[in-house]
Design a protein around this ligand. Structure first.
Ligand SMILES: [Zn+2]
Length: 88
């Protein structure tokens, strides 16, 4: 597994696979992220990271840390393209 910090960003990382240990706080608290209002089932599921209704910019994170809220994106050329082309 390869995890790289995104330059000039706090608590944001690229990773080619789901990290077991959070690259930011070192806790085993990295979960798949979901957006918007979670279903009852998702809300009670400790294996999911609930981001809430405001998605990350420029693209929703792939995984999130339930301990420190680090955001981790799957490191693919497509995702990098989207990320780098984003302008406010
Ligand atoms: Zn963390």
């Amino acid at each position: 597994m390869k995890t790289t910090k995104i330059p000039n960003e706090e608590n944001r990382y690229w990773s080619d696979r789901k990290p077991i240990i959070c690259p930011s706080c070192g806790e085993k608290a990295v979960r798949k992220s979901i957006y918007g209002y979670p279903s009852q089932e998702d809300f009670q599921n400790p294996n999911i990271h609930c981001v809430g209704c405001i998605p990350d910019l420029p693209w929703p994170r792939t995984w999130g840390c339930n301990n420190c809220d680090a955001a981790i994106w799957k490191d693919t050329p497509k995702m990098r393209y989207r990320y780098e082309r984003f302008e406010l």
